[in-house]
Design a binder for this molecule. Structure first.
Ligand SMILES: NC(=O)c1ccc[n+]([C@@H]2O[C@H](COP(=O)([O-])OP(=O)(O)OC[C@H]3O[C@@H](n4cnc5c(N)ncnc54)[C@H](O)[C@@H]3O)[C@@H](O)[C@H]2O)c1
Length: 255
């Protein structure tokens, strides 16, 4: 990737930063000059990611944080501000994909867990980021929805409900904060080649060839392509953009 943004002096907070799109966004933010807090429930992965970036001379902080626990999220955001002095950008990306389930058979525990990470996790992250951005009078937040926030898919009711919910959170908060200097948007990735999708292919839940040919651009997306959209939404180039749910999906939702 050839970064074209200059975020020198700015601070970014990224959840789910130990893998996939969160890791790609953390790399891209730091390559563009930002100090970056990497938060993830996976301690080894987030520490390894931060160590690698620090070895490349980047300003980074690793935070072990389960986004389904509001107290952990509040502590992680506060530690970011304590370490770097401010908070300018956030990519609320941590999420889980449960196995496909007939809607008539889905267990309440699975439904609740998916909402706790994918929806309440974004609610908590945005809430505690906004407390700092509200005081600053500036900031840009990108919430990770999905093509699953825009359309349905058989067997995926709980996941798609969580991702539709992310768009509702995003739009309402964007309206609330537009006049207060904070822009809030969602990104809706299509099928992206990350460890999450690799696990779906390995588990027989997804046929990679079918997934590729189901896009107008007949390949899977890359984590870097999502990171580029996230950075654009956080940049001054998107200064008049708020409350949108941006599909980055190879044309999937154009059908
Ligand atoms: N890969 C895709 O095709 C795709 C498409 C649309 C949306 N998404 C969404 O993009 C986001 C990132 O997905 P990915 O494909 O990079 O997945 P991934 O599995 O590679 O990475 C997800 C990261 O989130 C972390 N995480 C999971 N639960 C967490 C929790 N409770 N607290 C903190 N961190 C947690 C994991 O440890 C992991 O590091 C998710 O929200 C996912 O739903 C993915």
């Amino acid at each position: 990737m050839n970064p074209t943004y200059d975020f020198t002096g700015q601070v970014a907070f990224v959840t789910g930063a130990g893998s996939g799109m969160g890791l790609a966004a953390a790399r891209a933010f730091s390559a563009s000059g930002a100090a970056v807090a990497l938060a993830d429930v996976g301690e080894d992965a987030v520490n390894a990611a931060a160590e690698q970036l620090a070895g490349e001379g980047r300003h980074v902080l690793a935070l072990v944080c389960d986004v389904s626990d509001e107290a952990q999220v509040a502590a992680a955001v506060d530690r970011t501000v304590a370490a770097f002095g401010r908070l300018d950008m956030a990519y609320n990306n941590a999420g889980v994909m449960p196995p496909p389930t007939d809607a008539a058979d889905e267990g309440a525990d699975q439904f609740d867990r998916v909402q706790a990470v994918n929806l309440r996790g974004i609610w908590a992250s945005m809430k505690h980021e906004l407390r700092h951005m509200r005081d600053q009078g500036s900031g840009a937040i990108v919430n990770c929805s999905s093509l699953g926030g825009l359309v349905g898919n058989p067997g995926r009711a709980a996941y798609h409900a969580s991702k539709h919910g992310v768009i509702g959170l995003t739009r309402s908060a964007a309206l609330e904060y537009g006049s207060r200097g904070v822009r809030i948007n969602a990104v809706c990735p299509g099928t992206i080649g990350t460890p999450m999708v690799d696990a779906m292919v390995e588990g027989g839940e997804l046929d990679r060839g079918q997934a590729e040919s189901g896009q107008a651009i007949d390949r899977l997306g890359t984590a870097d392509e999502i990171a580029q959209a996230v950075l654009w939404l956080c940049s001054d180039g998107a200064g008049y953009v708020t409350g949108i749910a941006l599909p980055v999906d190879g044309g999937y939702t154009a059908q």
